[in-house]
Write a protein that binds this ligand. Structure first.
Ligand code: SAM
Length: 729
């Protein structure tokens, strides 16, 4: 047998194939741009005759050739004492694991299955949560992962169901954080694509000066230090230390000197224990109570000081009841994120849900693109990808409830009239997210025939959101109650927040005089006060009126137009949503549409958006704005001039007020000098793309967990950011 190459001498698991058949471990290609390079997968046969993946970049195995799943259960679960620690979580408690190297997701599957078993047998875990934060620089392409995990589903049928769920949620390979929520299992998985050190550096443990988030257990699962030194270097351990507190554990299959020393220098007490399979030894570690002065200096002092004083909020600190003011898309999604963390939500609005700008018949979910090197910290992209994943998941709930889909996956074509990216930059993106169609394909896809469409951005995952269906799904959540209340007063004390307002009771008095029935409709106001332990203001441009600390934003009126095309018009209208200077989208009326707008089930419609009028808060429907929407369309797509009726009198419309900050970022966070009042507002025209991920971040901040957005992004979104300290003129 040939002598192993140096890279394999310390390799974690002894490959069953002669080492010479593996690639020697050359330093992986340094990818200067943020474009993610998928892993190169080679295949080998393991000790029991199964086909298993091997990294083409690093020449190391993803998991033991003895039995990867058994190894994962022993090394990472058992040696971090997860069976006991998870079983002992209190209701609502969140346990956070961080992993270096997501790879095939086998560790996730092992811990997910354990978590499921424990939740089935421990009733107090019904509201407890498991949060896995994992990092991956060379993610496995979906096709390869499907092949790898299909083999695992055959070898370990107990994993088959969760494998299917993981594959369905597996993200597009774009740098940055991808949050996957498996709601039925109270499991959140954040996959940070990109270099692990950079990703961990983005995590924000400081929630407030009373609360920090921290990691409970680490899975140190890089390839062997000899062939993947970057994942075992000082900079990664600086992050591990920064995010750990006394009692945090770590486990790794490696027993290399460099790993032992790095763990010890980071404040961990290490222990050698028996290794798995052919490995004699492995390491477990626990963060000591006190850390050495040297380590303290290396760490982030303020985080450590807080950790020692306070640490994660105790279960009793967690809010049990939150009031949300505003039942538009921001309020609805905030309610959803909090309710899924076991928090009771009272959602208030002075009128019915979706009465404001979020109540359009359909919302086009399509991203504003950016050159790929900015993508990892680009809210439009992160929000778009998360929203489309969430809405697709919610489609299952909608189907079960006999409702129309929340997201109709139509795809969309952007003619790049207003985009800040050209076709060359689009080419840097994975095709599943964005691509450019040939002129002929674009014509075939859209049904347009006269125009040169060669400059385009095709978005296969784009679609039309049905706000009414989304609302119905969210309001079915047993932890969410909607109440109509016109809030007039908010009082915050150390212990709670009180929200008071008028609830209008409509009473009908009928009197009969001669042959006429006179209906006397009067409104009586009842004053109601609701107490909660936190409050989130999601009242768009009216947020400022509810709490003067919230920036008084720019108000922009936008009127949407739609009409029912004739059969002849329909054949010449675009077949899918198109973005130009505005946007147009064909859609079919569905059950429930008529509750919000003049759209009826089974009616084919074409939607045109939207006018843009600054500093105007009227919501009347204006015929000249219908005309503007028409003009915008025919200016960019002239062939539609002959198709779209010129008489807009029969058109329907809806005007809403968009709320915008000077830097166009929403406001997400706690208000200055407040312990209990938060806001999520100023979504502009992007509520359906921004609100889901922002609501997740806000809910995490409220309970003291890691948000799926970088610390820099959270600072950019803060309602107290410097840019919002000067009122608009
Ligand atoms: N935990 C994985 C599983 O359950 O399949 C196996 C992980 S595998 C041993 C190591 C992983 O670390 C590989 O997927 C590799 O691409 C990833 N990796 C290597 N260098 C990295 C880096 N600098 N940042 C993030 N991930 C890295």
């Amino acid at each position: 047998m040939s002598k192993p190459t140096p890279a394999l001498v310390n390799a974690r698991r002894i490959p069953s194939q002669p080492a010479a058949q593996l690639k020697t471990a050359e330093p992986p290609h340094i990818n200067k741009s943020a474009a993610i390079k998928p892993a190169k997968i080679d295949w080998q046969t393991d000790d029991t005759g199964n086909m298993v993946p091997v990294s083409g970049e690093f020449g190391d195995v993803y998991f033991s050739h003895a039995d990867g799943l058994a190894e994962s259960r022993y090394v990472f679960l058992q040696c971090n004492q997860l069976p006991e620690r998870l079983a002992n979580l209190a209701p609502q408690q969140c346990f956070t694991i961080a992993e270096l190297g997501f790879g095939t997701g086998l560790n996730l599957l092992a811990v997910w299955q354990l978590w499921r078993q424990l939740r089935a047998t421990h009733p107090q875990l019904a509201t407890a949560r498991l949060h896995l934060i994992t990092t991956e620089k060379y993610p496995i392409a979906r096709e390869d992962l499907t092949q790898i995990l299909t083999l695992w589903a055959q070898r370990a049928p107990e994993l088959a169901d969760i494998i299917q769920q993981l594959l369905a949620a597996y993200p597009t390979l774009i740098a940055g954080c991808h949050r996957l929520n498996f709601i039925n299992d109270n499991l959140t998985v954040d996959i940070w694509l990109g270099d692990a050190t950079n990703s961990l550096a983005k995590l924000n443990p400081i929630i407030s000066n009373q609360k920090i988030a921290y990691i409970d257990a680490w899975f140190l699962d890089g390839f062997a230090p000899s062939c993947n030194s970057a994942l075992w270097g000082d900079s990664i351990f600086t992050q591990i230390q920064r995010l750990s507190i006394s009692g945090t554990t770590a486990a790794t299959y490696s027993c290399a000197g460099i790993v032992k020393r790095a763990l010890q220098n980071s404040g961990f007490e290490i222990k050698k224990v028996a290794g798995f399979g052919p490995k004699n030894e492995m390491l477990t570690a626990v963060m000591r109570d006190t850390i050495t002065p040297d380590a303290l200096t290396a760490a982030n002092d303020s985080v450590k000081a807080e950790a020692e004083n306070n640490a994660k909020p105790s279960v009793s600190d967690k809010p049990n009841h939150t009031v949300i003011i505003g039942a538009g898309v921001s309020g609805l999604l905030t309610a959803w994120s909090l309710a899924n963390r076991g928090i009771k939500v009272t959602l208030l609005d002075k009128t019915a849900p979706l009465s404001g700008a979020s109540g359009n018949p359909r919302a086009l979910l399509a991203p504003k693109m950016t050159p790929i090197h900015h993508v990892d910290d680009h809210l439009h992209t992160i929000g778009y990808l998360y929203s489309s994943r969430l809405y697709r998941q919610l489609n299952d709930n909608a189907i079960k409830g006999n409702m129309p889909p929340v997201l109709e996956p139509t795809g969309a074509l952007d003619l790049l009239v207003k985009a800040n990216i050209g076709t060359e930059q689009i080419a840097d993106y994975p095709n599943e997210m964005a691509t450019t169609l040939s002129d002929a394909q674009a014509q075939k896809t859209t049904g347009l025939v006269q125009q040169d469409l060669s400059e385009n951005l095709y978005l296969p995952q784009s679609g039309l959101v049905n706000p009414q269906a989304l609302k119905e799904v969210i309001l079915e959540h047993p932890m969410i109650t909607f109440e109509q209340l016109a809030v007039t007063q908010i009082d915050e004390t150390e212990a709670q927040v009180s929200v008071s307002g008028h609830k209008y009771m409509v009473s009908h008095k009928s009197t009969i005089s001669h042959n006429d029935v006179e209906n006397d409709v009067s409104q009586e106001a009842e004053v109601i006060t609701i107490q909660a332990d936190s409050l989130v203001i999601c009242a768009a441009y009216e947020s400022h009126q509810l709490d003067g600390r919230i920036f008084d934003c720019r108000k922009i009126r936008g009127q949407l137009s739609w009409f029912t095309p004739t059969a002849e018009q329909r054949t010449n209208l675009p077949k899918l949503p198109i973005k130009y200077g505005g946007y147009c989208a064909p859609f079919m009326g569905q059950i429930g549409d008529a509750k919000l707008n003049n759209v009826f089930e089974g009616q084919q419609q074409i939607l045109l958006g939207a006018s843009f009028v600054r500093n105007d808060t009227d919501t009347d429907i204006r015929s000249h704005e219908h005309q503007q929407n028409r003009d915008k369309l025919v200016m960019d797509i002239p062939e539609l001039d002959a198709v779209i009726p010129t008489d807009t009198n029969l058109w329907q419309g809806r005007a809403g007020i968009r709320t915008q900050t000077p830097d166009y970022h929403p406001m997400v966070g706690r208000l200055a000098q407040s312990k209990r009042i938060w806001t999520l507002s100023a979504m502009g025209a992007k509520g359906y793309a921004f609100a889901p991920i922002c609501a997740e971040a806000l809910a995490d901040m409220i309970i003291g967990d890691f948000a799926p957005l970088s610390a820099a992004m959270l600072a950019r979104l803060s309602p107290n950011r410097a840019l919002l300290q000067t009122p608009l003129v």
